[in-house]
Design a protein. Structure first.
Length: 552
């Protein structure tokens, strides 16, 4: 340690982590190290993930490439004798160590170990929300299959099931009947859980999230992000728009409840809070007293150096002394949209259906002066094919090798529209049927040929659109949805069946074939609507505006 150093602080990284996660914790850890160095501290990092910047030799003063387990961390602390340890920037791995380190007399910088446990402990968190008059979905904790079935019956289906203390929605599902609960509990109990399983009433509403910086007295909210997809899809897999658009009443309630909760938790640093809006009422989903995957994205588009401010707040500085006021930060004059990126073509037997468990492996950012252009930029950059049908004789479709049929001559009145190679296949679950016709109409008006399985096709025909009925595999082995995808006539597949835990299920095979044939597959009605709206817009990859992010 140099003579001029104020002392040593140890930062815990995230360790090896699942595909698609970790970059946000790596960003946060590195930004924290840089902030601490600027403040005059020496910094040691503990992280054994070689694929991160935080483990570069010149990031911290010292790197301990050790597992993030209690004995290994304590061995490092015995050598370093730090002023304190930062656990808020290493995700679930680091947060889980807070209680143990605190029990060993180690100083946790920022939010206390007890406050972290308060956010994670179901009963304590419910009591806190009741005290603050914050609504939340009904929920219970269980340990056995019998308790899970009883809890689901009391709460009523559908329910969201997840283990406590998890990251990335790991092992989270939406259970719609007893069979789902039994299947889920068998998988979880096989893994030998130590913490309870949480069962919540699943409410299909608009989801949003807030990142707060708190100094234990004041709360700064850099921005509120609105998810395009409704609840039930992990925040890491959903399209998120900044700033979110809400009524003045809802926005005021979001800010007030977030400030109340951050202060009641005794937050010193960052806290990420997720909400849902259901029937014009605000409900809290969860609060995470740590850095989240939205922090790098929100820091960039809001201009607020969130990790630096959070690090300084951990060390006792006030938000006001750093030049910021309390409450919601000013809204920008532009929109920023985060769109997830997936790598399903590189992962065998993984169902592409999106749900509570995170599956994305990256994300892109679209920035523009309008919400519509920002979404177009984001979806285009994320790799979605922006296909607009054209009926020209002999033209080859990007969907396959089938030439398009010529436009009918004047006076022709065919019973069905020309069967172009620009097709969309619909196979949505029963609960999505009420929203199918308006979605199909968007693609129909764009000139796409509509294909659908029996129940879907009947729903579409009732709305006056021509649609080609397609058999499922068990209905016709020679001509079915699979042979249709092989034909090259389909550009997009809309498949929302949630039975994704069994690779042998037909809907999973359909989505996997779409991946293998490089056909875009949309597994949520909201994502499909967003894509259709992009295709119907005036934007193309050639006419979108160029934005200098350094001058926003």
């Amino acid at each position: 340690m140099s003579d001029k150093s104020k002392g040593t602080i140890v930062v815990l990284g995230s360790g090896p982590i699942r595909i698609g996660q970790g970059i946000e914790f790596d960003y946060a850890s590195v930004q924290c190290v840089q902030a601490l160095k600027k403040l005059g501290y020496e910094v040691a990092i503990i992280n054994n993930n070689p694929e991160t910047v935080s483990t570069d030799f010149d990031t911290a003063d010292r790197l301990y490439f050790e597992p993030l387990t209690p004995p290994d961390v304590m061995n490092v602390l015995a050598v370093e004798k730090p002023l304190g340890v930062v656990v808020a920037f290493g995700g679930g791995t680091a947060i889980k160590l807070a209680k143990y380190l605190d029990s060993q007399g180690v100083k946790i910088l920022g939010t206390s170990a007890d406050a972290i446990d308060l956010a994670e402990d179901r009963e304590r968190f419910e009591e806190l929300c009741d005290r603050l008059n914050i609504k939340r979905p009904k929920g219970l904790t269980v340990f056995t299959e019998a308790e899970a079935l009883e809890a689901a019956a009391r709460i009523t289906y559908p329910v969201l099931m997840r283990p406590s203390y998890v990251l990335g929605g790991q092992n989270m599902i939406i259970a719609r009947d007893n069979a789902d609960v039994k299947e889920y509990m068998k998988i979880i109990l096989r893994g030998g859980i130590k913490n309870p399983v949480l069962i919540d009433k699943y409410m299909e509403g608009k989801e949003l999230e807030v990142d707060c910086i708190c100094d234990s007295k004041d709360v700064l909210i850099p921005g509120i992000m609105e998810h395009i997809e409704r609840t039930g899809i992990h925040s890491g897999d959903s399209i998120a728009v900044y700033p979110g658009q809400f009524t003045a009443e809802i926005e005021e309630k979001i800010v007030r409840q977030s400030c109340d909760l951050a202060l009641a938790l005794g937050t010193k640093g960052l806290v990420n809070i997720q909400y849902l809006i259901y029937k014009d009422e605000l409900y809290i989903i969860e609060a995470n007293p740590r850095s989240s995957r939205t922090v790098p994205y929100l820091s960039k588009v809001s201009g607020v150096p969130m990790i630096e401010l959070a690090t300084r707040a951990m060390l006792g500085e006030s938000i006001s002394s750093m030049g910021y006021g309390t409450g919601l930060y000013k809204k920008p004059g532009y929109f920023a949209v985060k769109v997830p990126v997936f790598s399903f073509e590189k992962l065998m037997d993984v169902d592409t259906h999106l749900g509570p468990e995170m599956k994305s492996t990256g994300e892109v950012l679209g920035i523009a002066s309008t919400r519509e252009e920002a979404i177009f930029k984001g979806m285009s950059a994320a790799g979605w094919k922006m296909i607009r049908p054209k009926f020209h004789e002999g033209e080859v479709s990007p969907c396959g090798r089938t030439p398009l049929r010529p436009t009918p001559s004047a006076g022709d009145t065919p019973a069905t529209p020309p069967q172009s190679a620009y097709g969309v296949l619909f196979s949505v679950r029963e609960t999505d049927l009420p929203e199918l016709a308006p979605l199909a109409k968007k693609f129909y008006d764009l000139g796409f040929t509509l294909y659908a399985t029996s129940g879907n096709a009947t729903t579409i025909e009732r709305s006056g659109m021509s649609v080609t009925h397609v058999a499922k595999v068990h209905e016709n082995y020679s001509e079915n949805v699979m042979t249709l995808l092989e034909s090259g006539k389909v550009c997009y597949v809309v498949s929302t069946s949630a039975k994704g835990r069994d690779p042998a299920v037909e809907s999973v095979k359909l989505r996997r074939l779409a991946v293998e044939r490089d056909i875009d597959c949309l597994t949520a009605i909201d994502t499909a609507n967003a894509l259709a709206d992009c295709l119907a817009s005036a934007y193309t990859e050639e006419n979108t505006s160029l934005v200098d992010i350094t001058k926003l």
